[in-house]
Design a protein around this ligand. Sequence first.
Ligand SMILES: [Zn+2]
Ligand SMILES: [Zn+2]
Length: 134
Amino acid sequence: MSTEQVRDWCNGDAQVVIKPVIDLDAHHHTEAYVVPDRLVEQTRLTHPACAFPWCERPARRCDTDHVVAHGAGGPTCSCNLTPLCRRHHRAKTHTAWTYDKTDAASYLWRSPHGLHLVKDRGSTRLLTAHPPDA
Ligand SMILES: [Zn+2]
Ligand SMILES: [Zn+2]
């Protein structure tokens, strides 16, 4: 894109927000618990929706979750962050739902009743047909 083009936009009424290009494959890391904007943005671009089984809430309207909790040693970095919508973020935090990231775009979830589910690149499948007896 040419400088003239950008200048034209800026001279008009349009509101122009220029953001740095984010390298989706780069590994970003910070010691802080709070996820910096750059990592939030990268997480949203690489994971288009909530990571919870069957949930399709767009990542833009999700929280950014530490897959391995920060308090349990999980880093604030590209490979340990994923979008979870508020409802499923709560389910993970306050109920017995747990999950692991099994690769860059797939997750293994365990329900409070022992069901195992895989969400892989947006599609969910059940691994266990029936919940085991308690
Ligand atoms: Zn990492
Ligand atoms: Zn969700």
